[in-house]
Write a protein that binds this ligand. Sequence first.
Ligand code: G4F
Length: 274
Amino acid sequence: LGDMSIIKGDLRESEGLLACLEEHQPDEIYNLAGPSSPAASWDEVAMVGDIAGLGVGRLLDAVRNVTPKARFYQASSSELFGNPVEVPQRETTPFQPRNPYGISKLYAHWLTVRYRERYGIHALSGILFNHESPRRGDIFVTRKITRRAAEIKLGLAAELRLGNLDARRDWGYAGDYVLAMWLMLQHQPADDFVIGTGVTHSVREFCELAFARLDLDYRDYVVQDEAYFRPVEPAQLVADSSKAQRVLGWQAEVSFSELVYRMVDVDLKLLQNV
Ligand code: G4F
């Protein structure tokens, strides 16, 4: 970990947050904490609201009281747009979240904006679209596909069961998005930004590339299963990141195919090294 030290904390407990800031006096705070599955948030509504919503209020209060000069980044999400009223979505697109995850994130988003206005702290939100990497958990579709494709290639699995293959997302590489978070915090004055690639792909296209990387045809292995379908799919979530490009000089560098290949290659290597 080099110079890094890990201190455990809980967004449900103000005392721990206050003590952590008092002891470490951070210059920059990135709040990426919280449950991250929009689909699963229906099964744990109160917990999601407590951490992803109220928890951000506890943290912002600790920041303004203990380290008011610190810069604060809040991880907002394209889920704020829900079923969007315009395509693509930008900073001024109205929010209408469709699940407890998005609703909790919306509370946190507005608190961040209002703390900035009311208390003058350097707090901002990054409204990030889906960002993926080999570190992604396999409850999310990208990693579910790449891990299972690698297992199939090695004869460790026979099929991959997925939900809606025609669902589309604006998928980017997480490393690019972490750079965007950092750039946002360096910029004066504090402001909110939409971050995404501006291009959507279907789950089917993701499968096609992932399996092809392993010289396989996804149609031989992928099975659509009603159990993984979502009752409501956002119509067209796609980012307009022109403000980030203009103001921060940011744009996504890793292409969709490169992202898929990186994830597949790492999963294959991980399984071969077991
Ligand atoms: O990978 P997903 O589960 O990601 P989702 O719901 O878009 O959420 C992610 O991105 C958000 C926006 O950045 C974040 F706020 C959130 O925290 C998280 O990082 O689903 C992507 C798409 C959906 O349309 C889903 O219906 O894939 C479709 N899908 C099709 N089959 C599946 C499956 N998703 C999952 N998880 N599993 C499937 O079998």
